[in-house]
Ligand binder design. Structure first.
Ligand code: PLP
Length: 516
């Protein structure tokens, strides 16, 4: 390079920066705080669902790729006027669909702090972020009564927690070195077989698919009348597969199924896993934090015997998305499964310690954000005693819902609530009478009509906007499903939800009913 070139290159550098003036950051920060405070304040009175279709929303925000600078003020204003009003109000007290939890306000601000700190909580020397994550994982283990020596990792949510745990289970239980050989599930008579409940969350078969177990090698175990794993059927299926030379390797039990909140008989499943030398995994994504309630904790007895657990702080710990957690009892197994030993990752950047907690060795992600901060702040702000009361309150609200339904003549409950989920349907009084007195063919016709009727209620609910529940199928029945993982929902909301479902149901019935 000549001296002349050097000058030319130096002339090309104009010291451009993305840095903002501190006063500008402060101003925009204050405006953002105001925006969020308004959002939380108006939660109860705002529409639950956006008014616009996806096409309309896309049109509203469309612009060509920005070429030039815009002011932060202008961008924030656009966010306020165009983006924020068209949100699904997760956290609205009458949004009881799926398992959507109302995130803690402090959790939202913690995410802002975490982003500003911009830690990459994978590599050694991630400093305090690693220490906070380790502490939070210890707290989670303590809450559910799990082995304090177990290893753990914060992940995006239940799907990733289950996938991570099942990867460990597969590698540790394979009779060959999966890391070297890859999966060989075409050995037919030696295939590794996974046992799950018929009520298992779809992310588990998805994990089996990703892991090369193959969905043909999943056994769906029957459930009892409470939709809990039938342990006799589980044992029968394992024995049958063993007889055929297959390799049963893992049972996934649920501590709070997504459909009804059922908790599988964890102790009995742990016994079966011990007897047949199977990995015992518990998907406690939803129900795990029921352990915060001393009243509910005994329902989870046996979870401490699990080889691995998936549990979601972004469900019943009310942490804003994304926050999942995976725990593995044998603390060396995660590393044995995931550590790949790349030199460029493992350079220790900490000047004062060479303790090696490289979270990238524990799971799939390398770059990871500082998820632990929002969990740490929320647990400290409320304390586990208040958390326990809130969880009890959610469960009592659903029991209250069930009691109200059972007093009516135009609804029926389909399950007894175990945690904070109720499945029910609108069943007009005269139809119930007709159903009781009718022949089996007529009963069938009424049942089909009830499915159509309740499906229509869900569609009308979306247009109506005052409440939002989700739905599922139990057996052949289409049912409405309410799940309270929400610290804003009150008794009044529950009464209002039932009244609105009745109002919508009566209208749908008038519209749809034909003589049987
Ligand atoms: C029992 C259960 N497992 C796993 C999941 C998946 O969790 P995530 O949505 O956080 O990936 C859910 C989600 O509702 C669930 O209810």
């Amino acid at each position: 390079m000549t001296e002349k070139d050097d000058h030319t290159i130096a002339d090309l550098i104009h010291d451009e920066t993305f840095d903002m003036d501190p006063e500008e950051i402060r101003k925009i920060g204050y405006q953002m705080v105001d925006l969020l405070v308004e959002y939380f304040k108006d939660m109860r009175t705002s529409a639950i669902l956006p008014n616009k279709t996806l096409q309309e929303m896309s049109k509203l925000i469309y612009e060509p790729l920005p070429q030039n600078e815009q002011t932060a003020d202008k961008i924030l204003d656009e966010c306020k006027k165009k983006i924020m009003p068209e949100m699904i109000r997760i956290g609205h007290p009458r949004l009881l669909g799926w398992i959507l939890s109302s995130g803690t306000p402090v959790g939202a601000f913690a995410d802002g702090v975490a982003s500003a700190l911009n830690q990459n909580v994978s590599v050694s020397g991630a400093g305090m972020a690693t220490a906070v994550e380790l502490l939070v994982i210890d707290w989670i283990k303590e809450i559910i009564g799990y082995d304090p020596c177990a290893a753990g990792l914060l992940v995006s949510g239940g799907s990733l927690a289950n996938l991570t745990a099942l990867t460990v289970a597969r590698n540790m239980k394979a009779n060959f070195n999966v890391r070297h050989c890859g999966m060989k599930q075409d050995r037919l008579d030696k295939n590794m077989v996974l046992y799950v409940s018929k009520e298992v969350h779809v992310c588990v078969p998805k994990a089996a698919n990703i892991l090369g177990i193959g969905t043909d090698n999943i056994r769906y175990v029957n459930v009892d009348h409470n939709l809990r794993v039938d342990t006799e059927d589980l044992r029968k299926k394992i024995v049958e597969d063993q007889k055929n030379g297959l390799h049963p390797f893992c049972v996934v039990a649920s501590a709070g199924t997504v459909n009804t909140g059922a908790i599988d008989p964890l102790e009995s499943i742990a016994d079966i896993c011990k007897q047949y030398d199977l990995w015992f995994h518990v998907d406690a994504a939803y129900g795990g934090f029921a352990a915060l309630s001393s009243r509910l904790k005994p329902l989870l007895n046996g979870i401490e015997r699990a080889d691995s657990i998936a549990i979601d702080p972004h469900k019943w710990l009310f942490i804003p998305y994304e926050a999942g957690c995976v725990l593995v009892k044998n603390s060396s197994y995660m590393k044995q499964t995931f550590a790949m030993g790349a030199e460029y990752i493992h350079a220790n950047t900490s000047p004062i310690s060479n303790e090696d907690v490289d979270f990238s060795d524990y799971g799939i992600q390398l770059s990871r954000n500082f998820r632990a901060l929002k969990i740490w702040m929320s647990l400290k702000q409320y304390g586990v005693l208040k958390y326990g009361r809130l969880i009890d309150q959610n469960v009592h609200l659903i029991q209250y819902f069930a009691a109200l339904i059972n007093e009516t003549t135009d609804f029926e409950t389909l399950t007894d609530p175990c945690l904070s989920i109720i499945c029910f349907r609108f069943f007009p009084t005269d139809l119930q009478k007709m159903y009781n007195d009718s022949s089996s063919i007529q009963k069938e016709m009424i049942s089909e009509y009830l499915n159509v009727l309740n499906r229509d209620i869900i569609e009308c609910m979306r247009r109506d906007g005052r409440i939002l529940l989700s739905s599922t199928i139990l057996g052949k029945r289409f049912v409405l499903r309410a799940c309270v993982v929400n610290y804003r929902t009150t008794k009044k909301d529950i009464v209002m939800i039932l009244e609105i479902v009745r109002e919508l149901g009566s209208k749908s019935d008038k519209k749809l009913r034909k003589p049987f």
